[in-house]
Design a binder for this molecule. Structure first.
Ligand SMILES: Cc1cc2nc3c(=O)[nH]c(=O)nc-3n(C[C@H](O)[C@H](O)[C@H](O)COP(=O)(O)O)c2cc1C
Length: 185
């Protein structure tokens, strides 16, 4: 069964970007994929800032899940016109080519559309440095289009919901293609 992991890059414990991952997972699980949510919060602040030992149990768990996965969803808020510093600290702990051979779906939440291109100029280059060669266009949403309702649930407008669904479909299609190519090779 094809395994997909997500890395939640927001340090916030009630993050919109993490909730978007859960929505993406619902769609992926319905399509028969197995999923695992990883988060920058899985690694202690101490390890994130000062570095983790290679035998750190938390880091081992994270790297093993990423190794097993064919697809990786990476979701982060825009912080200061780029991805979160916590995500960078997390990615810095991974092996040099941790994302090689995986299909990547980047997701970004932001305060406004001003930093719409942050996926392209900030997030994608660091993913490429980790060996990713198959990175989908990705999904960007501002707080204006991803609001919390009176119960605190995230609500997306129809157009935004549709755009997210389309990115998930692209991810599943790309994964099927990759596994077909592996079988034929
Ligand atoms: C420290 C910090 C820096 C931020 N910088 C930006 C920014 O440069 N551009 C922007 O559009 N939003 C910025 N925001 C707003 C967040 O990106 C936005 O609220 C996002 O939806 C939060 O996502 P999350 O709930 O997944 O953490 C910033 C928020 C914080 C806390």
């Amino acid at each position: 069964m094809t395994h997909i992991v997500a890395i939640a890059g927001s340090p916030s414990d009630n993050a919109k970007s993490t909730e978007l991952i859960r929505r993406v997972f619902l769609q992926l699980e319905e399509a028969g994929f197995t999923t695992k949510l990883l988060s920058v919060r899985d690694i202690s602040p101490q390890e994130l800032i000062y570095g983790a030992e290679q035998d750190s149990p938390n880091l081992k768990k994270v790297t093993q899940h990423i190794e097993r996965a064919s697809g990786v969803v990476i979701a982060t808020p825009v912080y200061k016109a780029a991805y979160s510093g916590a995500l960078k600290a997390f990615l810095d702990l991974l092996p040099q080519k941790a994302l090689a051979g995986k299909v990547i779906l980047p997701i970004m939440t932001a305060g406004s559309d001003k930093h719409l291109l942050a996926i392209d100029y900030a997030l994608k280059p660091v993913l490429a440095a980790l060996g990713a060669t198959h990175i989908l266009n990705g999904f960007f949403v501002s707080d204006e289009r991803a609001k919390r309702d009176q119960f605190g649930l995230l609500s997306l407008d129809d157009e935004t919901e549709q755009r997210l669904g389309e990115q998930v479909e692209l991810l599943t299609a790309s994964l099927s293609l990759s596994s077909q190519q592996e079988i034929e090779a």
